[in-house]
Design a protein. Structure first.
Length: 85
């Protein structure tokens, strides 16, 4: 696949990176036409989503989708943390 991109998310603590990885793992395992994603943990506090796509439209769609899921996971974690205080 000629198009490649890496989304790298650095978190303040490993537990948050674990949550992101666990929330994205089922989606990365799914078969998607024209694109695929791989999750990596190069550091305890960092998650990488490596996307490979056949064309620019598939890359844009995959990037928007994964960035949206990362944002949702972080917003959910912030809300949960606020409720524990």
């Amino acid at each position: 696949m000629p198009w490649r991109a890496t989304i790298s998310v650095r978190t303040p603590r490993p537990q948050l990176a674990d949550w992101i990885e666990r929330s994205l793992r089922p989606e990365a395992a799914r078969e998607v036409p024209r694109a695929r994603a791989e999750l990596r943990r190069p550091e305890d506090e960092r998650v990488e989503v490596v996307i490979a796509a056949q064309d620019s439209g598939a890359m844009r769609a995959a990037m928007n989708t994964y960035l949206g899921w990362v944002h949702l996971t972080l917003a959910t974690a912030r809300t949960a943390a606020g409720r524990r205080k």
